[in-house]
Design a protein around this ligand. Structure first.
Ligand code: ACO
Length: 326
């Protein structure tokens, strides 16, 4: 086995900013409600012409530039997304071709908001086992296009964006431990019901908006706090580390109250936690790599830091990765 490290990071968000006051014009809601219940102030929404691959491409280019690499230096491209350009082909195939790196391995991973955590575990394993030397791993979403415009409970939560990392084989190993889990017994808690093989889209689906995100927020909230704590503890235990060893926590940005509750239980001071939910809302599989890219850019993540990435989402699913920044 070899080691793995991240040699480049980058992120991209669409130009169009939707603040809470704008949402007040469309929904029976308020800046005060959204801020106190979620911590969100703004989110960026893709234009009609921007698809998930466009955001992924922009983030990928930045990560490659940061790594000082050409796209052809990369052996495999992985896009974690819940809302690809098409049901198939995979968005990663489109991104790799547009980057000018055709004929390489390219595939998508779909495990909702846990996508980047699962993706980081899979991509790291492919590098550590020697299958590939370099992998470009991207989390990219355009969930503003998938929300139910009649449901104020979910439509206000999601933003669009993409974050990317370049993973490379390394003598020292950044990957310290991972915990992944899923429970598919209650898909109704968080799902898009129509559009798959069980319920292809028909007139009733369009009328009842079952082709859009449905979420039972309170249930997901309780699950999220519990699983963020358990997954962090397990990933650290697998890495032979404790909470006290963590320099930076980078959680999925779904709700500031969820993050605060988890931080409190984990007894982590808030300055150890990267939170940008105020600016971007919930960008699903993109939220962790966007937060990482920002934190590396402004020096909150430094060489030698022990990081825990932790997320949860549809599935229901969850996961955490303990990582040494080199
Ligand atoms: N503006 C004003 N009022 C609202 C809004 C809104 N935007 N949305 C809901 N309300 C109302 C409800 O109708 C309800 O009113 P009622 O008491 O008269 O019935 C009241 O506010 C409370 O509703 P709750 O749903 O209980 O509000 P809660 O405090 O739970 O906050 C929220 C809702 C923000 C969705 C929260 O439950 C949450 O963040 N849950 C977790 C979501 C999450 O983490 N998702 C991540 C996964 S996403 C993925 O994987 C793709």
């Amino acid at each position: 086995m070899t080691g793995v490290k991240i040699v480049g990071v980058g992120h991209y968000v669409p130009e169009r900013v939707i603040d809470n006051f704008e949402l007040e014009k469309w929904f029976d809601t308020s800046d005060e409600w959204i801020t106190t219940r979620t911590g969100m102030k703004r989110r960026h929404w893709a234009s009609e012409n921007e698809a998930t691959s466009d955001l992924a491409l922009a983030a990928a280019r930045k990560a490659l530039a940061d790594a000082n690499l050409d796209p052809t230096d990369v052996d495999a491209f992985i896009v974690c997304t819940v809302y690809p350009d098409y049901l198939f082909p995979a968005t990663a195939c489109i991104v790799a071709s547009k980057l000018g790196a055709p004929n390489k391995a390219a595939f998508d991973m779909e495990i909702a908001c846990s996508g980047f955590i699962y993706g980081l575990t899979v991509a790291s394993s492919l590098v550590r086992s020697g299958v590939y030397k370099r992998i470009l791993l991207i989390g990219a979403e355009t969930l503003s296009k998938l929300v139910n415009p009649e449901d104020r409970g979910t439509a206000i939560l999601f933003g669009d964006g993409a974050g990317a990392v370049v993973l490379e084989a390394s003598e020292e190993d950044s990957f310290l431990g991972s915990e992944l889990g899923a429970d598919g017994s209650k898909p109704q808690l968080l799902l898009v019901e129509a559009g798959g093989s069980r319920h292809p889209i028909d007139e009733l689906a369009l009328e009842e908006k079952t082709d859009r995100i449905h979420m039972e927020g309170r249930e997901v909230f309780k699950f999220a706090v519990t699983k963020m704590i358990e997954a962090t503890d397990s990933a650290l235990a697998k890495a032979n580390l404790t909470k006290a060893d963590v320099d930076v926590l980078i959680p999925h940005q779904a709700n500031k109250r969820i993050i605060d509750a988890a931080m409190k239980y984990l007894e982590m001071p808030s300055d150890k936690c990267v939170i940008n939910i105020e600016e971007y809302g919930n960008t699903s599989a993109a939220s962790i790599p966007i937060a990482l890219s920002e934190a590396v850019g402004d020096g909150r993540v430094k060489p030698g830091d022990t990081i825990v990435f932790v997320g949860f989402g549809g599935g229901l699913s969850w996961g955490a990765v303990a990582w040494k920044w080199q």
